[in-house]
Design a protein around this ligand. Structure first.
Ligand SMILES: Cc1cc2nc3c(=O)[nH]c(=O)nc-3n(C[C@H](O)[C@H](O)[C@H](O)COP(=O)(O)O)c2cc1C
Length: 184
């Protein structure tokens, strides 16, 4: 089998072998105004307790709000709202009604100040524990303080059929897990 080199200096390869989950991160600024941003550089890094790493540019509102108060909610959208998720990358100046402007409703989180997004079916409420710096790029280490899912997800025979999580494949392109497959 021929192996074709991918140029590690490029920002986007012709194929993405490490598609990350598409999430919507909610944070709040000093006024308590909610910010929503899509992210996909997200992964578990520990299990006792659950911790995540979140990759984020230092100039993003998400990073600034995390530095300001150390809290966020990672909301997991399903593909039925893919366009709205993608549109949320367009920067907006901080405003008291950003969720409404972006077409999202909010409900309070259990353990942190940023809210959960009603349109997402799963949520992880996180507290910042550490941050690694790579120039302008930051890796936030976040402890999961609480997690929740819509009842419909747990009621389904296969939770993935209801959750339908999205994964970032390329600019403007995502993939979806449509069901869980048992290993034979
Ligand atoms: C699907 C998707 C995934 C993204 N993933 C990331 C990411 O992991 N890290 C990042 O810094 N920006 C990511 N972006 C870009 C940010 O969402 C975008 O720059 C946004 O304006 C940042 O918003 P903020 O300033 O409110 O945090 C992603 C965009 C999309 C559409």
């Amino acid at each position: 089998m021929n192996k074709i080199d991918l140029d590690v200096a490029l920002r986007h390869w012709a194929v993405n072998p490490l598609a990350g989950p598409v999430v919507l991160v909610t944070t709040v600024n000093g006024h308590g105004w909610v910010n929503i941003a899509p992210k996909s550089w997200v992964s578990f890094v520990s299990g006792k307790p659950f911790r995540l790493v979140l990759g984020c540019h230092r100039e993003h509102h998400t990073a600034m709000n995390l530095f300001a108060n150390g809290e966020c909610v990672i909301n997991f959208p399903s593909d039925d709202i893919a366009q709205k998720v993608w549109n949320a990358q367009d920067p907006l100046p901080p405003a008291p009604e950003e969720p409404k402007e972006r077409g999202f409703a909010t409900i309070p989180a259990v353990k942190v100040k940023p809210p959960r997004l009603v349109e997402c079916r799963a949520h992880m409420e996180c507290v910042m524990e550490d941050v690694l710096t790579f120039g302008d790029e930051l890796a936030f280490i976040l402890r999961v303080a609480a997690a929740s899912v819509d009842e419909s997800v747990l009621d389904a025979d296969d939770p993935m059929v209801d959750l339908r999580p999205m994964f970032y494949v390329a600019p403007g392109t995502y993939g979806v897990i449509e069901r869980g497959r048992p290993v034979k």
